[in-house]
Every structure is written in C-alpha cells, then in structure tokens.
Design a protein around this ligand. Structure first.
Ligand SMILES: Nc1ncnc2c1ncn2[C@@H]1O[C@H](COP(=O)(O)OP(=O)(O)OP(=O)(O)O)[C@@H](O)[C@H]1O
Ligand SMILES: [Mg+2]
Length: 206
C-alpha cells in the first residue's frame, strides 16, 4: 500500500466530522490526491446494507445481525474503494472504521472485543489504518455539544449516556493496546487547537 490510511473515531458528537472536514480542506489546499469515505455505505451494495440497518421496520434485528451487516458493508468498501485507492497512492480519510465496531458492538453492546476483532479482520482482510485519531471526551460533554441536553435527564437519556460512556471505555482500551496506531486527542480543546495536533501528527506523511 502506498497511500496513507487515516481514520477518525470517538463517541457520538466528539467532533470527528468537524476534523475530517478540516483535513479534507487542508489536503485540497495542498493539492493532494485523496478520497474521503464514511461507513456504512460508499458503495452501491453498502448503501443497500445501510438502508437495512436504518430501516425502522427492522426493529427485530439482533445485535449479531447488526454487527455482521456493518462488517459486510465494510468488506465491500474495503475491497471496492479503500484498497484500490491506497494502492494507487491516494490518501484515504475515513470517518469511522473498524474501531467503531470494537467500541460499540464489542464493548458497549457486550459482544466482546476479541470476537469483534476477528470479524473486523475477516471484513478487511487484515487492512489496518496507518493512523487513527481518537477524540476523547466524556459522554456528558459530547451530548451537551450536540445541543441535545433536555431540562432533566430522563431514563432513556441516562441509558444513552451510560452507553456512550461504555463506548468511550472501549476506545480507551483499544488505544492502550494499539501499539501507537491510535492517537488519542483531547476532544474538549478548541477546534483549531485539535486540528493543529492532527497536522503535527501527520507532518511529513501527507
Ligand atoms: N472542539 C470542539 N469544540 C466545541 N465544539 C465542537 C468541537 N468540535 C466539534 N464541535 C461541535 O460539536 C458538534 C458535533 O461535532 P461533529 O458533528 O463533528 O461530531 P461527530 O463526532 O462527527 O458526531 P457524530 O458521531 O454524531 O457523527 C458540532 O456542532 C460541532 O460544531
Ligand atoms: Mg459525524
């Protein structure tokens, strides 16, 4: 693989898309050849899978089915889009990739990090990001940031917070064991400050 593979990870509302956008603009200003992708979707087959995942009629979907559908969409985008782009020397930026499955399904849904890691491996054929930025923030702060904080937290909102905290725990665990692939950034800092850290990390590589 010649191109650099960069992924963005973290709980809902941590600032992934904001930083992806800044990096895309930056690479564009440098005249670099890159692609930006987002899961699930990004291929015709992936978009079909995305519809199944989002369809409210599918409320009976089991966690394992959900996980396997995410992995199926991932397999498709990996083979059809990501690998060819990397092989042709392009930088690939991905807003979420397999670490999301590990943190959400593996940790927060309790399916097991090792179990999900083996499915991730199956879906990607062993392809791993070169650099993964993990935006670390508490569930409360991320929720407040998204402007979804009501007057009083109700039962469901509290369950939602607990779920997001579990996802965060999953990411922290992944970061600890990633041999430096995952770069943890303090997501409570200002947008520009965080982007400076991203540029510094990527200096000389993009
Ligand atoms: N460092 C920051 N400081 C303050 N606000 C921020 C920061 N980064 C992003 N935001 C704001 O927080 C909100 C969520 O950001 P963003 O959509 O980038 O998060 P996300 O991780 O992509 O969320 P999702 O998981 O829902 O896609 C947006 O309104 C964004 O403008
Ligand atoms: Mg986003």
């Amino acid at each position: 693989m010649k191109g650099l593979f960069i992924t963005f990870e973290g709980i809902d509302g941590c600032g992934k898309s904001t930083q992806c956008e800044l990096l895309r603009n930056y690479l564009e200003s440098l005249g670099r050849d890159f692609i930006f992708v987002r899961e699930p979707g990004g291929t015709v087959i992936g978009e079909h899978i995305r519809e199944i995942l989002l369809d409210k009629k599918n409320s009976g979907m089991t966690p394992r089915t959900e996980l396997l559908l995410f992995e199926a969409a991932r397999a498709q985008i990996t083979d059809e889009v990501i690998k060819p782009a990397l092989e042709s020397g392009k930088t690939v930026i991905c807003d979420r990739f397999f670490d999301s499955s590990s943190a959400y399904q593996g940790m927060a849904r309790g399916m097991g990090m090792d179990f999900v890691a083996s499915l991730n491996m199956a879906a990607t054929g062993g392809l791993k990001p070169d650099v993964t930025f993990f935006f670390d923030i508490s569930a409360e702060e991320a929720l407040a940031r998204r402007g979804k904080r009501g007057e009083a937290s109700d039962r469901i909102e509290l369950a939602g917070l607990k779920f997001q905290e579990d996802v965060r725990e999953g990411y922290l665990e992944l970061a600890k064991n990633s041999d430096g692939r995952i770069v943890t950034l303090d997501a409570t800092l200002g947008i520009e400050e965080i982007f400076e850290q991203i540029k510094q990390t990527l200096e000389g590589r993009i």
